[in-house]
Ligand binder design. Structure first.
Ligand code: MCN
Length: 796
């Protein structure tokens, strides 16, 4: 647990300076007592259930679908094939700057991955729907499956999308930047010169393997079209109700004003719930056709097949350096296996990996190429970190290899290459503009917390005894606070609205809907501080387009930086207006009003104070009405950030590998993060814990595996391991605070940070532990058998 001086733990929400306090999450009593409302908890009279018949073949042409048996089964109301749905729904929307294959919600004549929907059943119960879906006969003429992404580009026989020249979905060509495919090519002369000048070079192929996001609550949709009102209400597991509304309304030929989207409690998303998916479009379209409420709830096996996967990028990394550890240049060729289709954001995710290739280092020449390829697998899309973990992993592994090659302390090599504080704002060779950073200060702190020198001595002593103890260190920076609008097809702003009611209670709405991040707590802290009132009287509403006027959503660790700022601005506007009313009441000037401890008073005259609620009551019956003022206390703000923010951190892992079994014990994990100003340190620690668990999961436990015919071998929680509390040591966390100048809070995001730096720290530690075997790199996941093979002297 990290605790800075001045941070106190409290559950009492007293007015005063609440931002910065470790306040317990106000949403937890509801959620941990089972009092939340998730999509599957919502039940409407006359509700029907929908189930999908899915392809069990990776690639093939649909030759026949016989639904007659299904249609005759009890309770079945409707069976639709892809051909039927083609006339009801247009191809799905994709946000990509490159041409993408047309993709219908349900396969029309060809299937391209196991689990792709081929037909739909609607029945009176979910069991009837599922049984009937199983009874549909689908004949598919098998085509060769494309599984290996590096082979995929070469094999013209197995072209996945007709009309495309090959299986390449996107190719940026040699470029210095991952963020802008239009950007001019990198300076070849500079990179060539860096490698010509190099005293040492590192070359390594690395795999950042495919993962399944696996939120606790799988996906689900309940759609209710009411013919009388010509309106549609959709309850859906989403990270952005407003994005879903903007996708579903045009697909159904409706206006946004006719569609209400509600994200009730959502049990985790980790990036995979920003898309509406095929299932969302189909459920809504079927409800519209039948004029009845229709529900679809994904089961866990379906989730492994139909919810987008994450990562799956191969990196060929070359590093050029001097013998003193100075990095001269970095070259990367990235191959991203994006699966069978582009989902909503797919194309953009690996470009994030490209953009991160400079990490926290002042690397004078960087050149990268990115190829995204189609294969016959579930599509990939955002998964916690979304591109940043992949890019940072490649750099941090390469730097560790460099340190080993030079026999230097891995911390010293990193320190030598840091971007220095006076260089900010710093433009990397990959085209990003970092806002602030004090990388050496944070490194000092983490080395001190971990007692690095002592750890190294202990590691050396253990290794001398023949024990396989290893230490790993990894540094990360990440892009977050996604915006401005020039960088995002949905807009990069966020909306906030604040109303002070007559009684003095406050209701705020935000477009950033929480699905585990604790927004109701942190946003209340912000607003309470603005007005000098307790948190109890503040309600934060989110995730309902009928209540929240506008919004973009929760992803890219943007909620506090962008959504929190919008709320602060809206609250500031209300406060300014309230000051006008208070000044009228106190016969003083608005600019002299002070809001504190639930009172409004004249600055320097605390005894003049009147209760906050008296001022709000006056604002709704303003006699007399202050000149130039309207009654009421309700304001909104759209905050458009100027740029993204760049939090960073460094993690140190200590592991021991069992010589007999290859089993890894994670003995110790120390981290220091910097996310600028912290609103709620307790929530920030929780976010880091969750992120660390997922990064450690990637390093040690998780891997989506397909066989050569495109069959998913890890299709259940029996085959795909996610980390449990017992797999993790207590985390020793701390932080530095380097505020961002790009928002009035000085904050940077934290939701993804832990995921990014933890996987390379673990791999670096395990490689260190196995260094007596001459190993310089091991691909994730680090399954014991793989380590055992290495120890047996076989190639991994
Ligand atoms: N916070 C803070 N001070 C800071 C930064 C953040 O107090 N300097 C608080 C925020 O107010 C918020 C929380 O920390 O309560 C996370 O804020 P932020 O970093 O803005 O991230 P978002 O709220 O936008 O969350 C998105 C991020 C992403 S991209 C993924 S993926 C992710 C994550 O959050 N998925 C999660 N955390 C998750 N946590 C849970 N429980 N479930 C998920 O699916």
């Amino acid at each position: 647990m990290a605790r800075e001086a001045g941070e106190s733990m409290t559950s009492a929400k007293t007015p005063g300076q609440l931002a910065g306090q470790r306040i317990r999450r106000r949403e937890d009593p509801r959620l941990i007592q089972g009092l939340g409302t998730y999509v599957d908890d919502v039940k409407l009279p006359g509700m029907l259930y929908l189930a999908f018949k899915r392809s069990d073949m990776a690639h093939g042409t649909i030759t026949r679908i016989d639904a007659s048996a299904a249609e005759a089964m009890p309770g079945v109301e409707l069976v639709l094939t892809g051909a039927d749905l083609k006339s009801m729904l247009p191809p799905m929307t994709v946000y990509a700057s490159v041409p993408t294959p047309e993709r219908y919600s349900v396969a029309v004549d060809r299937v391209r991955h196991v689990g792709e929907a081929v037909a739909v059943v609607v029945a009176q119960s979910r069991y009837q729907a599922r049984d009937a879906a199983n009874a549909i006969l689908v004949e598919i003429a098998e085509l060769p499956a494309v599984v290996d992404p590096e082979e995929a580009t070469k094999d013209r026989q197995a072209l996945i999308h007709e009309g495309f020249e090959n299986n390449v979905a996107l190719s940026t060509g040699p470029s210095g930047t991952g963020v802008d495919p239009e950007a001019p090519p990198a300076d070849d002369a500079a990179i060539d010169e860096a490698f010509a000048r190099a005293e040492v070079t590192i070359s390594q192929r690395m795999v950042n393997q495919r993962l399944a996001p696996t939120p606790l609550e799988a996906r689900g949709v309940l759609a209710h079209y009411e013919p009388g009102k010509q309106s549609l209400t959709v309850w859906v597991t989403t990270q952005s109700a407003h994005i879903v509304r903007s996708l579903v309304a045009p697909a159904l030929g409706m206006g946004e004003h006719q569609v209400r989207v509600i994200a009730p409690d959502v049990g985790g998303g980790f990036g995979c719930k920003t898309d509406i998916y095929a299932e969302g479009y189909v459920t809504a379209a079927v409800s519209k056709r039948l004029g009845k409420p229709v529900k679809w709830i994904e089961d866990r096996s379906e989730a492994f097949l139909a919810t987008t996967h994450g990562r799956d990028v191969i990196g060929y990394i070359d590093l050029a350096a001097k013998r003193d550890g100075t990095i001269l240049g970095l070259k990367a060729r990235l191959i991203a296996d994006i699966g069978a289709y582009q989902a909503l954001w797919t194309a953009e995710i690996p470009t994030g990996a490209q953009a991160m290739l400079s990490n926290v280092y002042d690397i004078p020449a960087v050149r990268s190429e990115l190829v995204e390829v189609f294969t016959n697998k579930t599509p990939t899309d955002a998964y916690r970190g979304a591109g940043r973990p992949e890019g940072i992993y490649f750099v941090e592994r390469a730097i560790d290899m460099l340190a080993r090659e030079l026999n230097m302390d891995p911390a010293a090599v990193r320190r030598k290459n840091f971007i220095r504080p006076e260089q900010f704002p710093f433009t990397t060779q990959t085209g990003l503009v970092y806002d602030t950073g004090e990388y050496a200060r944070l490194l000092d702190k983490v080395l001190e917390s971990a007692e690095w020198e002592r750890c190294k001595a202990e590691r050396d002593a253990a290794q001398a005894e023949g024990r396989l103890v290893g230490l790993g260190l990894a540094y990360y920076v990440e892009i977050c606070g996604l915006g401005p609008s020039s960088s995002m097809p949905v807009g990069g702003w966020e909306h906030g609205a604040v109303t002070v009611e007559r009684s003095g209670t406050i209701t705020a709405t935000t477009g950033s809907s929480s699905h585990g991040q604790g927004h109701e707590t942190t946003f209340s802290q912000l607003i309470a501080d603005e007005f000098g009132v307790p948190m109890e009287g503040i309600t934060i509403l989110h995730g309902d387009t009928a209540i929240v006027k506008q919004g973009v959503g929760t992803f890219g660790s943007r909620s506090l930086v962008v959504g929190g700022t919008a709320l602060k601005l809206a609250a500031g506007k209300v406060k300014a207006k309230m000051a006008t009313f208070a000044a009228q009441m106190l016969e003083a000037q608005p600019q002299d009003m002070v809001f504190r401890d639930g009172m409004v008073s004249v600055a320097g005259v605390p005894e003049s104070g009147i209760p906050f609620a008296d001022v709000s009551a006056y604002a709704y019956v303003p006699v007399p009405l202050p000149a130039g003022t309207e009654p009421g206390l309700s304001e909104e703000a759209f905050w458009e950030p100027e740029g993204m923010t760049y939090p960073y951190g460094c993690y140190i892992a200590q592991v021991e590998v069992d010589r007999e079994t290859g089993e890894i014990t994670l003995q110790n994990f120390v981290g220091v993060d910097d996310c600028g100003t912290v609103i709620n340190p307790l929530i920030v620690d929780g976010q880091i814990h969750g992120g660390l668990a997922q990064g450690i999961g990637q390093a040690m436990l998780e891997e989506v595996v397909y066989d050569g015919s495109g069959q998913l071998l890890t299709g259940s929680l029996m085959d795909y391991a996610i980390p449990r509390a017992t797999d993790l040591p207590p985390f020793q966390l701390d932080r530095t605070v380097t505020p961002s100048p790009l928002n009035p809070l000085g904050a940077k995001g934290i939701g993804e940070a832990g995921t990014i730096g933890s996987a390379p720290a673990i791999v670096n530690a395990v490689v260190d532990a196995l260094s007596p075997f001459g190993v310089s790199h091991i691909d994730m996941m680090l399954r014991p058998e793989k380590l055992w093979q290495i120890m047996q002297g076989e190639r991994s």
